[in-house]
Design a protein around this ligand. Structure first.
Ligand SMILES: Cc1cc2nc3c(=O)[nH]c(=O)nc-3n(C[C@H](O)[C@H](O)[C@H](O)COP(=O)(O)OP(=O)(O)OC[C@H]3O[C@@H](n4cnc5c(N)ncnc54)[C@H](O)[C@@H]3O)c2cc1C
Length: 388
């Protein structure tokens, strides 16, 4: 193995190219793979490769800006990934996206492997990250899809409960990248009716569930929120609360070191911009992961938060996600003009009118008409909305 990394430091922004053999599953294992990661993720990638029996052939600074120290061995010039043709690719390929592999009459039974709170001390409500084992079945999925959960028990009429849909929060490889789990981000529904606290049936079932429990799972479903295959696409994400679930999967696919190692064909190098709305700081979800992506990919990832009960908008009111959209209207519209830009919105239905208003105002300021632009973006499969 030849290694040429120069002198790395935590503020090192260089990208590194790793050429590896005997890594991955099936026939792919024999092929040589080339992966590109920032310095901060280099060590973790090399550990993953070692754990999975891969053989590292070359590690070299891949940005061409730095030269290795004179004492370092000269790097073999690693093959560079095939350049992506310029111009928009077919927006999103729907052809090989799995749907309805398991239906409510014959659901997959998956065991819970983990269930933990995503909230910090002092947060409002309850939001959990829940993972299910999919081994032994044929349930697989891609980022942006949902699965159905049929809670145990019966409804008021004594009939089995109907399924509820949940956006998948993991990538197709699952949180452990072993291709046999699916994870959800679930908020327990709670409301008061006639002075009584009502707990949502399925969300409570899921938030309370213990590892080992067997759960009826259907799907996957959904083709609205798929990511384009183009590694140079720009991805604007507007999420409130658990609407972060699909975005978490996209961001892992883009920036997580193990994910990048698993997906040599998807080495994201576009711009990803997450707008996240929550009521309080302790309600932020997957915050550590996002901070690590910011450190590792400062040129490719931006993260803008709207914390409604702690921050004020320009008129002194609560800061909602639409206020952040307005603040950054120029940059957002400049990105939208690029045919490689996709916008994803996910969360409670209530977020839609606010975003629409903000986009209308932002478009007006640029002499554009949002009422015309939005359907046109939708037609180009660049405007993706999943609200519930
Ligand atoms: C595509 C899609 C993706 C989704 N993804 C997620 C996700 O990632 N995470 C997530 O947590 N949820 C998600 N949901 C929502 C999820 O499917 C359930 O609707 C949610 O968990 C509530 O289900 P439940 O069984 O707990 O509530 P239920 O017991 O079914 O209660 C819901 C019902 O309670 C009533 N109700 C609700 N609020 C009030 C109120 N304030 N006052 C009076 N009545 C009220 C309404 O009649 C409502 O239909 C998604 C939904 C869709 C369609």
């Amino acid at each position: 193995m030849r290694v040429s990394t120069g002198l790395g430091s935590s503020s090192d922004n260089r990208m590194f190219t790793v050429v590896v053999e005997s890594f991955g599953a099936g026939p792919q294992r024999r092929a040589e793979r080339v992966m590109t990661v920032p310095f901060q993720q280099l060590q973790s990638l090399m550990q993953t490769i070692a754990q999975k029996g891969g053989r590292i052939k070359v590690v070299s600074a891949g940005d061409g800006e730095s030269t290795p120290p004179a004492s370092a061995p000269a790097a073999v010039s690693a093959p560079t990934p095939t350049p992506t043709p310029s111009g928009p690719k077919a927006a999103v390929s729907h052809a090989d996206v799995p749907v309805n592999l398991y239906k409510p009459k014959d659901p997959f039974i998956g065991a819970v492997t983990g269930n933990y709170s995503l909230l910090a001390e002092g947060a409002i409500g309850r939001v959990n990250h829940i993972t299910f084992d999919l081994s032994g079945g044929r349930l697989h999925y891609v980022e942006g899809q949902s699965i159905g959960i049929i809670p145990d028990g019966v409804d008021a009429a004594g009939k089995p409960h109907k399924l509820r849909l949940y956006s998948i929060a993991s990538t197709r490889h699952g949180d452990d990248t072993n291709d046999n789990t699916v994870s959800l981000c679930v908020r327990q529904l709670q409301y008061e009716k006639d002075g009584e606290l009502i707990n949502g049936v399925c969300s409570t079932f899921l938030c309370d569930i213990e590892p080992g429990a067997q759960v009826k799972i259907t799907g996957p479903v959904g083709k609205e929120m798929l990511l384009p295959a183009d590694e140079e696409a720009n991805i604007i994400m507007l999420a409130t609360g658990t609407g972060i679930a699909p975005m978490r999967a996209y961001l892992r696919r883009m920036f997580d070191a193990e994910e990048r190692a698993k997906n040599p064909e998807y080495q994201f190098r576009g711009k990803a911009w997450l707008f996240m709305g929550v009521p309080t700081t302790p309600n932020l979800l997957y915050e550590e992961d996002f901070q690590s992506y910011l450190n590792a990919y400062p040129d490719n990832f931006s993260y803008t938060k709207a914390i409604s009960r702690e921050q004020n908008n320009a008129s002194g009111g609560r800061m909602y996600i639409q206020d952040r959209v307005l603040e950054h209207a120029d940059e957002i519209f400049a990105l939208i003009e690029d045919p490689k830009t996709h916008v994803y919105m996910c969360g409670l239905k209530g977020m839609e009118p606010g975003i629409d208003e903000a986009m209308t105002a932002a478009a007006n300021a640029k002499g554009l008409n949002w009422a015309e632009l939005r359907p046109s973006l939708k037609k180009q499969e660049r405007w993706h909305v999943e609200t519930y």
